[in-house]
Design a protein around this ligand. Structure first.
Ligand code: ADP
Ligand code: MG
Length: 497
């Protein structure tokens, strides 16, 4: 893009994100009120989260543990001692008149996330704990704004990145990766629609290729979907380039994005630090991380998605499948359970990524709602691999198990009976002596690999020859109909290519 100033300067965006997630705790950050998302307005409040005079906060240790887990997943250094401060401002959703947050002594600093698409590192400047404010409800009664204070005091973790991203796409990629990590770690459900993940984007522009990070920037508040994040940043970059082209410097402002009209609106001139009158929270001691707390927090910290995907590659899976399976912890757990019940990693991967996910897509749910127990899917896969079920037969059995389960019968009662029962009912069992045909096919495919490659490349008329070779190998006892069906399946099996 060009400034049109005669020098044809090219500009590049500089982007840093501030990401707030609601921590998955049972109670609020400084009081014992439950964290609820659907309660009647203003019913889950107490003197502490309302900031009534004399009420004293006490820190929720589980929130600290979750913050420590997040810091570990983001490769941050933990601060042995961190501090809480009061950030004073007026807003109707903040009855206390201040927010308890962390400033110069945050929980953790200096982390990084490697973007999986580009391999570029994005620095994590800091991770800190703070409390959420209430919620304004506009126009439930037309022309009026109501206040729900149930959200006051819900624990938030704020994650601040360095300004290391240079495109809206990278900013979205980072936000997606953070969401994946935080979900993996059981830190937050990161539901953008419900507001448990909210993103502010800081945007400036600079001459392409320069390392300047000092241009004045704007901050776009509260973007609540990845597509709005991308659109808002792109729109802001275009606006800033136009400003500079017109000779007006970019003003340091806080903006809001109208997700319907796709326009930016100025909320205020960017506030300076002094305006918040920060001071140490007098009612809370410094937060000291004891070794016991850190150990407890990290005890069951799972592998990161990247580590898990690399481990799946060592099982012999292609990179793309490994990453797809590691996308969520529940999916990765399901896949591993299928393997643990005896399926080969390749077989389990193929069946989970195609059938199980297709079912979940159709039913609009996650893998945890998939009706086949891992043991059952493993059983069917094993039969398909041993040749006692054809691939088509296995598919039919899986479909039948899925619909039985959806219809409310419980196929998990006794697995053997049910898989066997369904095979019986569908009449898809292969005769055991026919399974020997697999060995003949293996040998023939190996002997004739050159012709097999040509067949797979499109020379369909080679099938007759290969079938003849198979029948010679298999001898007179083999059933030609099922042998030819098997051979065709194997030749057309894309996983073998
Ligand atoms: P402040 O204390 O003014 O909020 P920080 O240094 O804490 O400033 O940065 C806040 C956010 O602004 C961070 O996400 C950071 O990455 C981002 N940021 C800093 N400098 C720039 C810049 N030049 N362009 C875009 N974003 C920036
Ligand atoms: Mg800030």
């Amino acid at each position: 893009m060009s400034a049109g100033d005669g020098l044809t300067l090219d500009w590049e965006p500089v982007i840093g994100l501030e990401i707030h997630v609601q921590l998955d705790t049972a109670t609020k950050l400084f009081c014992g009120d439950a964290v609820v998302h659907a309660g009647a307005p203003n019913t889950v409040v107490c003197p502490v989260c309302l900031g009534l005079p004399g009420a004293l906060p006490s820190l929720n240790e589980r929130a600290v543990e979750l913050g420590v887990r997040a810091a570990a997943l983001l490769a941050c250094e933990l601060r042995h001692v961190s501090r809480f401060v009061r950030k004073s401002y007026f807003y109707p959703d903040l009855p206390k008149g201040y927010q308890i947050t962390q400033l110069d002594a945050p929980l953790a600093v200096n982390g990084s996330v490697i973007l999986s698409g580009t391999g570029d590192a994005v620095g994590i400047a800091r991770v800190h704990l703070e409390e959420d404010a209430g919620k304004l409800l506009h126009d439930r009664v037309p022309g009026r704004t109501a206040i729900d204070l149930n959200r006051c005091g819900i624990p938030l973790l704020e994650i601040v990145t360095d300004p290391d991203m240079n495109s809206a796409a990278d900013a979205v990629a980072l936000a997606r990766q953070l969401r994946q990590l935080l979900r993996y770690g059981g830190i937050s459900d990161c539901d953008m629609e419900l507001g448990s993940l909210r993103v502010d984007a800081n945007v400036s522009i600079r001459a392409a290729g320069s390392n300047d990070r000092t241009s004045s920037r704007t901050e776009i508040k509260n973007l609540n979907s990845f597509s709005q994040l991308e659109r808002a940043i792109d729109a802001e970059v275009v606006r800033q380039i136009a400003c500079v082209a017109a000779g007006t410097p970019v003003a340091s402002q806080t903006l809001s994005w109208d997700a319907v009209a796709h326009t930016l609106r100025v909320l205020r001139t960017k506030e300076q630090r002094e305006e918040y009158r920060y001071f140490d929270e007098p009612d809370l001691p410094p937060l000291v991380l004891t070794p016991e707390l850190v150990t407890r927090a990290l005890m069951d910290l799972p592998e990161s998605p990247v580590e898990r995907a690399s481990r799946f590659v060592t099982l012999g899976l292609p990179d793309s499948s490994a990453r797809a399976l590691a996308a969520t912890r529940t999916l990765a757990d399901y896949f591993e359970a299928v393997v643990a019940h005896g399926a080969t990693p390749r077989g389990a991967s193929a069946w989970v990524l195609t059938h199980a996910l297709a079912w979940c897509n159709t039913h609009g749910c996650g893998i945890s709602a998939y009706p086949l127990a891992p043991s059952m899917l493993a059983d069917v896969i094993a039969r398909a691999e041993q040749g006692t079920l054809t691939r088509d037969g296995a598919r039919l059995v899986v479909h039948a198990l899925e619909s039985d389960a959806s219809a409310g019968t419980d196929p998990a009662v006794t697995m053997e009976v049910t898989v066997d029962g369904i095979i019986e009912r569908l009449g898809v069992a292969e005769h055991p002596d026919e399974s020997a045909i697999s060995d003949h096919i293996d040998r023939m495919l190996a002997d004739e690999h050159a012709l097999v490659a040509r067949y797979r490349a499109g020379e369909a008329n080679l099938f007759g020859y290969l079938m003849g070779r198979l029948m010679k190998e298999a001898g007179a006892g083999a059933d030609p109909r099922s042998a030819s069906e098997r051979l065709r399946e194997r030749l057309n099996n894309t996983e073998e290519r």
